[in-house]
Design a protein around this ligand. Sequence first.
Ligand code: ADP
Ligand code: MG
Length: 298
Amino acid sequence: ATPTAVMVGTGVGATQGVLIKGGQALESAHKVNCIVFDKTGTLTVGKPVVVTTKLFKNMSVKDFYKFVAAAEVNSEHPIAKAIVDHAKNIIEEEQNHSFPEAKDFVSVSGHGVKAIVQNKEIIVGNKKLMLDHNIAISVEAEEVLAEAETMAQTGIVVSLDGEVVGVVAVSDALKPNAKEVISILKSMKIRSIMVTGDNWGTANSIARQVGIETVMAEAQPETKATKIKEFQNAGYTVGMVGDGINDSPALVAADVGIAIGAGTDIAIEAADIVLMKSNLEDTIIAIDLAKKTLSRIR
Ligand code: ADP
Ligand code: MG
């Protein structure tokens, strides 16, 4: 694109809350025929809430949440925040919300957390985290997890001293326009793909709800980037839309990285385009604008 076209394109983008960081971003955006979407915080609102608690041992819900919150209060993950908020409601009047002390807290990225609380080892996270600690998941726990997944919820397993004591299901609502955005992209002959660190069951349920056919779940940040390179090698010009620190390698790997404005600073820095209003549909505005800008000078 000529410098003038780039100026006009980025200028129009700016008035619409679409920050385009230069000519290369416009060039790539106009050729995009495949977009990889992060799930949490991109297709979903990113503010999960606890919807179900299932306990398997003789333990009160209050005691259970004291242990879980004691560990999770040290985590920055949105799921941890959901669990701590819920725990505060359950424990309420007692103790003025102060949870027991947690020692030896460890955050296992993409899997969960562990700590020592009241001399017991507590582990809170996905199935993989339990398997990595040789903790058996009972049939009833498996059933609760499977049920959560079919409802597009994420089941979090809680173990105390090596024994699964409960499962917490959290739900993160879809963005209201997610389905429409995917369907408009389809009409523009742009293929949509979803990548997430969440489990396969939940990921597939969400993908079905928004009309995405290709899913990559249980993905570490580097895996998200690898997936993008695979599609590039298959001949696609790939856009990536994400909001998290864990999306930044993928945002860099993509031909056009598109960050949600409300996302983390690291994602915004890694991206070529920033959706300042945090509206998912502005992905389409950005591509449209790139197409118009480049066709005007052809
Ligand atoms: P996402 O791509 O959805 O942001 P992450 O890679 O951050 O996923 O995490 C993947 C999965 O690991 C989560 O869906 C959850 O099951 C588990 N997990 C991560 N952090 C925590 C936590 N603090 N507490 C419980 N589970 C967690
Ligand atoms: Mg995210």
